[in-house]
Design a protein around this ligand. Sequence first.
Ligand code: IMP
Length: 193
Amino acid sequence: MFKVYFCILKPYYLMQQKIHDKTFDLFIPNEDITAAIRVLAQKIHADYQDETPIFIGVLNGVFMFFGDLLKNYPGPCEVAFTQMSSYAGTSSTGIVYTKMELSKDIKHRHIILVEDIVDTGNTIENLYTYFQETQQPKSIKIATLLLKPDVYKKDFTLHYVGIEIPDKFVVGYGLDYDEMGRNLPDLYQLSSK
Ligand code: IMP
């Protein structure tokens, strides 16, 4: 009921976005994203309680999610960032490479890798393996705002998932289509029309 009401009130120009050569339709409004993040933050806090985990944001796409997740996380914590890439346009190249090394020492610390979206899982699997093998953290968990379960086929636990979505390219709320669309507060999906 609320969703229908929201969409009726949403101005027409916000229902669709034209980015580069493609059209995207409104998919998940910011209010629903924020509600999912509040639940996720509480779930993570229930596991860590008085521990001080390091949240590691995987840039660039994570910046909005990371801010909202941390604002809703009520416990002690530290933050750090890293950057990986595997995407060109709207599809994964399958080759994941590190663009930015971690600035913080995470040896013997509980870390939580924070991703905007897990698609094939290549990026997060590579990051997990890299940190596990080279940085000696006490533990590693993974938090992602979005998961495409129809694409993700890895035997690899994703500990905290905000919203499961169908296998369609999405932009907004930090996610881009060739570097555009990251500033949109809502999430849009590639139009099938
Ligand atoms: P994976 O390695 O295939 O799991 O892809 C993960 C990365 O690809 C994410 O961190 C995003 O940067 C990007 N990505 C995957 N799906 C989408 C999408 O639908 N929209 C925008 N970026 C995406």
